[in-house]
Design a protein around this ligand. Structure first.
Ligand SMILES: [Zn+2]
Length: 214
């Protein structure tokens, strides 16, 4: 696992060596390292729902938010993007695959903040455009969602079209006034430190969780 500390924000993401984070024993072991007994993870269904962590009651959601300190929120992923947003007062943790991204989960996350220029964003380990090949129907679908298929999002090589979910995310964030963005550089598909759905890890997941220190 890796631990990132930026001001009051703490982010942890697990790696292959930490095991499958759907396994509660393995998850507990990671949490104990940071003296937490639990982490709140939503029932992820590729929706655009972002719900209050305090009121959360196992509804389908792909994001949670809190204003509480020392309250870890997490998402499980294998190629989808784990995304953390904060202004040091409110914390939002999001799971975004192409569907949630195209349908606007990031915009919903940013809208939870009054002042967007104070918002910091972390995009965690996910499938990147070195490996994320897509078919023509994916591109047709993207167009329907108003995603411009320019060079920033789309590359072509002898094997086909490669798409950048992270660049689309960054474009959406910047359009809403969020400029402080860290895009984690490693791709889950070509980096064996992570689980990857596309590489065959159908059931295994890494966990990304974050909290705000007092
Ligand atoms: Zn890659």
């Amino acid at each position: 696992m890796k631990h990132i500390s930026i001001g009051k924000l703490r982010i942890v993401y697990t790696e292959h060596s930490d095991g499958n984070m759907r396994d509660l024993d393995k998850r507990e072991k990671v949490l104990k390292t940071f003296r937490f007994d639990n982490v709140l993870i939503p029932i992820q269904k590729h929706t655009t729902n972002i719900l209050s962590a305090e009121e959360y009651n196992r509804e389908e959601a792909d994001g949670l938010y809190t204003n509480k300190k020392n309250m870890p929120l997490g998402v499980l992923t294998a190629d989808c993007m784990p995304i953390v947003l904060t202004d040091s007062k409110t914390l939002v943790v999001i799971h975004a695959g192409w569907k949630g991204l195209f349908e606007g989960i990031l915009e919903k996350g940013v809208d939870l903040f009054e002042r967007k220029d104070n918002v910091f964003c972390f995009i965690g380990p996910s499938a990147k455009d070195c490996c994320y090949y897509v078919q023509e129907d994916f591109l047709e679908n993207a167009k329907k969602y108003g995603i411009e298929l320019n060079k920033r999002y789309l590359k072509k090589d002898e094997k086909g079209f490669k798409f950048s979910l992270q660049e689309v995310a960054k474009g959406k964030l910047k359009d809403r006034g969020v400029n402080h963005i860290i895009d984690f550089s490693k791709c889950t598909i070509c980096n064996i430190n992570f689980y990857s759905y596309r590489r065959g890890n159908i059931n295994e997941r890494i966990l990304t969780f974050a909290w705000l220190e007092v």
